[in-house]
Ligand binder design. Structure first.
Ligand code: DX5
Ligand code: ZN
Length: 219
């Protein structure tokens, strides 16, 4: 059984010291660096774009997991891959051509995936499952770190796991993860946990990453 992967979100890091945050994540034994790109249109917040991905790329060899919360991601996915993204995910309702966008990401050389908000049923993912490397479920409505996990997402994780069959995509859960609820989220079906405020806000981030990683999968 593979280990649970931990993807701390630099949304909760010090924006004036992103290089140091990326390096710290290696020391804390994180697996992926989760990068939340927000455009102020798809979500009511604005963070950063390609230049930040390039800067992070120069400072870490960890997997850069780029979560696009932007309208018409097809306009930018190739440039995010060129900037150093290893994984690019987006919200299908934001795109005019989700399948084409997934193919563009793959052709550019990165892994691809879609993201479903808490109120979007797992069945919406079905048309994309054969091409996705990652399917991410939001545990909160996107836009801000530090929100409370929406528990009604738990059965959706199990549903997605059942839908997977022998396909190889990983199931990622983003938003509201804490040391207290991580075991339940992993038990429901998550393979990868995004964790922003609970890692960067911890007194001992390294111990927090280790605690999250110690969650045991259901199967
Ligand atoms: C929400 C972002 C999440 C967020 C997670 O819009 O997509 O990645 O930063 O932060 P926490 O772990 O604090 O909920
Ligand atoms: Zn995210």
């Amino acid at each position: 059984m593979a280990d649970i992967l931990i993807a701390p979100s630099v949304l909760s890091a010090d924006f004036a010291a992103m290089g140091a945050a990326a390096k710290a994540l290696e020391d804390w034994r994180a697996d992926w660096v989760h990068c939340d790109v927000m455009d102020g249109e798809f979500v009511p917040n604005i963070t950063f774009g390609m230049p930040m991905i390039e800067a992070l790329r120069r400072n870490t060899s960890l997997t850069l997991d780029v979560h696009l919360m932007i309208v018409k991601p097809e306009r930018y996915v190739e440039r995010f891959v060129k900037s150093g993204a290893d994984i690019v995910t987006f919200h299908p309702e934001a795109s005019d051509d989700p399948i084409g966008t997934l193919k563009t990401i793959k052709k550019a050389g990165a892994k691809c995936g879609i993201v479903l908000n808490p109120d979007i049923p797992a069945s919406v993912a079905e048309p994309y499952l054969d091409i996705c490397d990652v399917v991410m479920l939001m545990g909160v409505f996107p836009g801000f770190g530090g929100q409370k996990f929406i528990r009604s997402v738990l059965p959706k994780l199990s549903e997605l796991r059942a839908m997977r069959g022998d396909r190889s995509f990983v199931i990622e859960l983003d938003g509201g993860v804490t040391v207290d609820n991580a075991a339940e989220i992993v038990g429901a079906g998550a393979d990868v946990l995004v964790a922003g405020s609970c890692v960067f806000g911890a007194a001992d981030p390294k111990a927090t990453v280790a605690a999250l990683k110690s969650c045991i999968r259901a199967d």
